[in-house]
Write a new protein. Sequence first.
Length: 120
Amino acid sequence: MLSALSQLLLFQLSGEVIARALALPVPGPVLGMLFLFVALLLKGGPGHALQTGSQNLLQHLSLLFVPAGTGIMVHFHRVGSEWLPLLLSLIISTAATLVVTAVAMKCCLPGTAAVKGEQQ
């Protein structure tokens, strides 16, 4: 578990260092995740330690939402005073996500609409 956590944190650290050193507009953890992805592709998948360590982290993923919930409770007065922009942004972003996902899925499916149209 310690080696898996160390690997994940090293990839995150490397992404953070590169993002800050090159002043990239991409967050460091995103670059670190990209580096991890490339390393896993080159290695042929995760090792046993990384796989079990990641599974252990995923089992306790709900604990990572505690700071966000605490932040909402600390700034609850702002949520109450700015509820309309928050509600609109939630509705618009959810709708946009659904539309983009549907279009991406339609593009990724192997010609289902075109095949049905040709067969009729």
